[in-house]
Design a protein around this ligand. Structure first.
Ligand code: SAM
Length: 302
């Protein structure tokens, strides 16, 4: 029996169909590792929607995290100039070599993306000034650290389109005054405009995840949403403000940013920023947090 997936007939069938995926998994005796967030996409329509949301063309470059058996990688390779994908699981390397053999514009980097030098990879594999997007079906156990790394590195990318847990997508894209709005919304929206573009049923994955999924698009801002004296301090201020959602902003700041002895200074900073000390963190806009951070910085930092 000819079981070679690179033969002409099978090579041009999409990877992301239930049958082809089953065939590939069987050929390699592949067992999913739950600890690596392995839920593979088996629906080419969903994949095309993800790629469409990234607005790529044949001059673009795509950076993928966790190619799995290559379902999304293949759709990207068909659409863009170059794909670079980071995969942590060594067992997938021979599989990807096989499934992606029809495409000569894909580079797989065997690495934990959280440890990888992404800037170096961009320099090595893409052209200077090339239009770049991160496009991925992320491993859910590390969604937030991966997204924060991508944003904090200030990479030369236009944006990020990712499949993540629906609940996290809602938190990231949330507006002030809503139940989902919190420090993750501010951290992401400081760097990027965030929008949830699609919700997806669990049935488009094998194995099916227990949570609902959604596609999130982050469009990187030319400059951060607000200007602050000290970026790290600004992050500390809004994290402290959400430490206990039932507490007022004053109490959260007293307990989580400064100390009881500095209550008067915190009240003064809130007054200077024109913020009622009885308000709760989730009612403050990113602009108000910026103003508050600068007042606190001037009063509390020696
Ligand atoms: N892109 C494939 C798809 O859509 O079918 C697979 C997506 S699956 C949700 C996540 C992938 O990320 C898996 O292949 C997993 O091995 C890989 N992965 C998990 N943790 C990783 C990490 N820290 N760095 C790089 N890849 C990782």
């Amino acid at each position: 029996m000819n079981n070679d997936l690179t033969n002409k007939e099978t090579a041009h069938k999409d990877i992301a169909t239930p049958n082809r995926t089953k065939e590939i998994l069987k050929k390699y005796g592949f067992n999913f590792k739950k600890s690596l967030g392995q839920n593979f996409l088996i629906d080419t329509n969903v994949l095309r929607n993800i790629v469409d949301a990234a607005n790529l063309d044949e001059t673009s470059g795509a950076i993928e995290i966790g190619p799995g058996i290559g379902a999304l990688t293949e759709q990207l390779a068909k659409r863009v100039d170059q794909v670079v994908a980071f995969e942590i699981d060594q067992r997938l390397l021979p599989v990807l070599k096989d499934t992606l053999s029809p495409y000569d514009n894909v580079q797989i980097i065997h690495s934990d993306v959280l440890k990888a030098d992404i800037n170096e990879a961009i320099k090595a594999h893409f052209k200077d000034g090339q239009d770049l997007m991160v496009v991925a079906n992320l491993p859910y156990y590390v969604t937030t650290p991966i997204l924060m790394k991508l944003l904090e590195l200030k990479l030369p990318i236009r944006g990020i389109v990712v499949m993540i847990q629906a609940e996290v997508a809602e938190r990231i894209a949330a507006k002030p005054g809503t139940k989902d709005y919190g420090s993750l919304s501010i951290a992401a929206q400081y760097y990027a405009e965030a929008e949830k573009v699609l919700t997806v049923p669990a049935s488009v994955f094998v194995p099916q995840p227990r949570v609902d999924s959604a596609v999130l698009r982050l469009t990187i801002r030319q400059k951060p949403a607000v200007e602050v004296i000290d970026e790290q301090y600004f992050f500390k201020v809004f994290h402290a403000s959400f430490a206990n959602r039932r507490k007022t902003i004053l109490n959260n700041l007293v307990h989580n940013l400064a100390s009881k002895s500095q209550k008067a200074e915190i009240e003064q900073a809130l007054a200077e920023a024109d913020i009622d000390p009885k308000r709760r963190g989730e009612t403050l806009s990113i602009e108000e947090f910026a103003k508050l951070s600068d007042s606190l910085y001037k009063i509390l930092q020696p």
